[in-house]
Ligand binder design. Structure first.
Ligand code: HEC
Length: 592
């Protein structure tokens, strides 16, 4: 008791003493500016003026008092909460009060003896020289209009074998015009195909990369002004394979003058392959978004129950300009409720990835909920429609979104139970199908999950639902056809594969699968035609060569078969079918 009493007296004495002295820049304000403002308010950074010296601060004193009182600066959206975020940029109330008093008292400079050393910043690459620097091939010329622009730059990664990335530094170009940027990993080359010419990039605010294999997104790679590049913790790294593209999705705010933007990214490799495999869980409910004009509190929710124990590492909420109050919380199996994030005044322009200082353990059975409210009235200063208009879910900036990404690391990795990310992905896919039975992607993704787990019949059922929703979709028809062939129904599979090829005649996988389907029905002529077409699309595929050889051998066309087996072995000396069949040809059909 006595000690507490002393402490209280000590604090009040100190405050009283401070109160009696005038507040000065050198003693009281410079430490705040250096710590909380200078990272952006200095030459070369995003903010429109520097806050490094007394004369800088004095010129903007009134504004500084206003923006700190309203907490518009430093930009930090989440409310304080029990689960702490790393790199929190929130001023303490005492600091805000000091700034107000400083300005009221005439923004005095004070004694130069009191001025702390100015902050030191690393020039150039923040983490030192990267192992690999990639620069956008074609700079983007921003038109001299002040409209927000969303542009995607594609960076092919020139590596010849799998590498592990410990950190990525994004240098977006002139930081005054680049509001934020986001890296997506494209393992399928799908984005490249959207470029008018190689290296040109393409427009669009939100991009999706569809993947045909189980390879969930795992890292949140985000840049905004003031971002310090993030180095992955021990055991984690991002896998990059030969042929992977990195897509830099940027939000640009032109100045009204013509500007040129040419971003670079620096990659830092580690020789250690990842041993901990996090994954991104996405909660969303865009279908609920149909917001009448004038509505101030349009509520959208989603709720997902975790099928395994995870550690929550980071959280990234996302809505567009009508988003107002953004909340996510976790309800643990014992009933405890934890706020994961609460942003009472959402602002798309200051969106960010928030990383927890300590991973948050969420046991199996925890319900994760999102609760976003949207303001489509004319009182929302960011409302893109004046007067307000009906707004629905979608990818364009004038559409709305309701997304929440959680980066989680499954806790108990038990090889016997299989990859726990599969359980998460399957539960998510089921959740999406239940939430939205008319959603093509939900069924397609669930089917792919089931197929990856060898639940072939269940997968076929889901693919059928997907194909019913989009009867001409090439990927879904191909997947359904291939699953039917694998399940021993080549006759049924062939029809879907033909539909896939009608939609996309240059679809390598569909030709390959149809080749199998026809061979499975003893139509070797048809099969060899399909394998030949597949080879025209990918001439160096040893498996297709081997299968073509096999189809020809079945028809007794041995010399041709032999040359295809040999070609297969040239491409891949370990191609087992070619080896075996070539051997069989030699033994049984002696002249060859
Ligand atoms: C993360 C980067 C960042 C940090 C940190 C930051 N600012 Fe800013 N600030 C900006 C940017 C960018 C702008 C330009 C206006 C905008 O985009 O909102 C700005 C604008 C301002 C303005 C002008 C506002 C207006 O209405 O024109 C003031 C004043 C300001 N900042 C003060 C501060 C102070 C004081 C701090 C520290 C307590 C601070 N800022 C911290 C990035 C930052």
């Amino acid at each position: 008791m006595i000690r507490i009493h002393w402490l209280v007296i000590g604090v009040s004495v100190a405050l009283a003493a401070q109160d009696s002295k005038p507040v000065t820049f050198n003693r009281d304000i410079a430490p705040i500016m250096f710590r909380s403002c200078a990272m952006c308010h200095r030459p070369g950074e995003a903010a429109p003026f520097s806050l490094l010296t007394y004369s800088d601060a004095k010129k903007h004193a009134r504004q500084i008092a206003d923006v700190t009182r309203s907490r518009a600066m430093p930009p930090w959206l989440p409310e304080p909460q029990q689960l702490k975020f790393a790199d929190e940029m929130r001023l303490a109330q005492a600091g805000i009060d000091l700034i107000q008093r400083w300005v009221e008292q005439g923004a005095l400079e004070g004694d130069t003896k009191d001025l702390p050393a100015p902050p030191k910043f690393v020039e150039g690459w923040q983490l030192g020289k990267p192992d690999l620097v990639l620069t956008a091939k074609k700079p983007l010329e921003l038109s001299p209009q002040r409209t927000d622009t969303y542009w995607n730059f594609i960076f092919p990664v020139p590596i010849t074998e799998t590498r592990w990335v410990k950190a990525i530094e994004i240098r977006p170009g002139d930081k005054r015009y680049v509001h934020h940027a986001n890296i997506l990993v494209d393992r399928s080359s799908a984005s490249r195909k959207r470029e008018a010419e190689p290296g040109a990039g393409f427009g669009g605010m939100e991009i999706r990369i569809e993947s045909q294999v189980f390879d969930p997104d795992s890292h949140l790679l985000f840049w905004k002004p003031g971002t310090v590049p993030y180095v992955e913790p021990e055991g984690m790294a991002l896998r990059l394979d030969k042929g992977t593209d990195l897509i830099l999705n940027t939000h640009l705010q032109p100045s009204g003058k013509p500007e040129v933007i040419q971003p670079s990214i620096g990659l830092y490799f580690t020789p250690q392959a990842a041993t901990k495999l996090p994954m991104l869980l996405q909660l969303e409910n865009d279908v609920q978004l149909d917001i009448p004009p004038g509505r101030k509190d349009f509520l959208v929710t989603d709720e997902f129950t975790l099928p395994v124990d995870v550690d929550l590492m980071a959280i990234y909420p996302h809505a567009h300009y009508l988003g107002k109050d953004i909340q996510a919380f976790a309800t643990l199996p014992d009933g405890t409720k934890k706020t994961l994030i609460h942003i009472p005044h959402w602002n798309l322009n200051w969106q960010a990835v928030y990383r927890y200082t300590q991973p948050v353990r969420l046991p199996k059975g925890t319900k994760v909920s999102l609760r976003y409210t949207y303001d489509n009235s004319d009182e929302n200063p960011l409302n893109p429609n004046q007067p307000p208009a009906r707004v629905v879910g979608g990818n364009r900036s004038r559409d709305e979104m309701c997304h929440l990404w959680l980066q989680v690391l499954p806790v108990n990795f038990d090889a016997a139970l299989g990859d726990p990310r599969m359980a998460l992905q399957e539960a998510l896919a089921r959740h999406n199908v239940e939430k939205n039975p008319g959603d093509f992607e939900a069924h397609y993704n669930l089917a792919a999950m089931l197929q990856a787990k060898d639940k072939l019949d269940a997968a076929i059922g889901e693919y059928e639902l997907a194909v019913r929703l989009r009867p001409e979709d090439a990927a879904a028809n191909n997947a359904l056809g291939a699953a039917l062939v694998a399940a021993g129904h080549p006759d049924r599979g062939a029809g879907y594969l033909r539909t896939a090829l009608k939609a996309r005649p240059d679809y390598f996988d569909a030709h390959y699968n149809l080749g199998f389907a026809l061979a499975g029905q003893d139509d070797f002529e048809g099969a060899s035609q399909q394998f030949t077409l597949a080879l025209q699309l990918q001439p160096d595929d040893a498996n297709v060569e081997a299968n073509l050889g096999t189809a020809l051998a079945q028809m007794g066309r041995f010399p041709e078969a032999k040359s295809h087996f040999e070609r297969a072995l040239q491409i891949d000396p370990n191609q087992a079918i070619a080896k075996e069949n070539l051997e069989a040809l030699r033994k049984e059909v002696s002249p060859y």
